[in-house]
Design a protein around this ligand. Structure first.
Ligand SMILES: [Zn+2]
Length: 231
């Protein structure tokens, strides 16, 4: 992997170039920016030319990502060191002997220096805080909606996938991304309903969406809401 800076219509863009034994060039945009997958013999100049020729598409895609809220709580984008839980802002308050407490942002004013450059143990503590809330809430809502759907409550696992909110397998185990716990509860509920309905309909057929709509009528709005976040 090689990192290049490319200037596109006056904007400097980070571009990761990965060369491999492939035959064609592929461009992709993720929360990390532009990535070019190219054949070994493809020159830097050829890559620059290709990127320039696709500048509209690239700038457009980057703008979409830029407007999304990142759900990586320790990512560089989180420079205000605010932590979302159920759509509300929390901040860590660390006392003189290093004990952490999470406080709602509007109830306590914390000093910038208190939550910048969190120690490894503080990060672990916050991750644990998230995990506990996730397990408790997901569990309760899975039970609630399984009941609505008249199916036995499935077991679930927290996942840390970077590509999906949730999934389920044919053994009936549901996986829910722990990062969901940062979202407003109605969005979390939609993902839970979606996965539970897959236990009945293992596809995205008309029947599946009818099932979803039956217990979560506003599912289209929820899909729009989810698309404003990136994992
Ligand atoms: Zn699905």
């Amino acid at each position: 992997m090689m990192l290049r800076q490319i200037c596109l219509e006056g904007q400097s863009i980070d571009c990761q170039v990965k060369r491999s034994r492939r035959k064609t060039v592929g461009l992709s945009i993720t929360h990390q920016g532009l990535q070019v997958n190219a054949p070994k013999e493809f020159s830097d100049i050829a890559i620059d030319e290709l990127v320039q020729s696709k500048s509209d598409w690239i700038l457009n895609k980057l703008a979409v990502w830029g407007n999304k809220t990142s759900l990586d709580p320790f990512g560089s984008q989180n420079d205000s060191a605010e932590y979302l839980l159920f759509g509300q802002v929390w901040k860590p308050k660390i006392d003189a002997i290093g004990r952490i407490q999470m406080v709602r942002d509007d109830t306590h004013a914390t000093k910038q220096s208190e939550h910048r450059d969190l120690s490894e143990s503080a990060r672990k503590w916050i991750m644990n805080w998230y995990r506990q809330h996730a397990e408790k809430y997901f569990n309760a809502r899975i039970a609630f909606y399984a009941d609505e759907l008249n199916i036995p409550k499935p077991s679930f696992k927290l996942s840390r996938a970077r590509t999906r909110w949730g999934s389920c397998n044919n053994r009936g185990v549901i996986r829910l991304n722990w990062r969901l716990v940062q979202l407003p509860v109605h969005l979390i509920d939609y993902v839970i309903v979606h996965e539970l309905c897959h236990l009945i309909e293992m596809n995205h057929s008309r029947n599946f969406w009818a099932l979803v709509a039956g217990i979560y009528p506003n599912f289209r709005q929820a899909q729009g809401g989810l698309s404003r976040y990136c994992l």
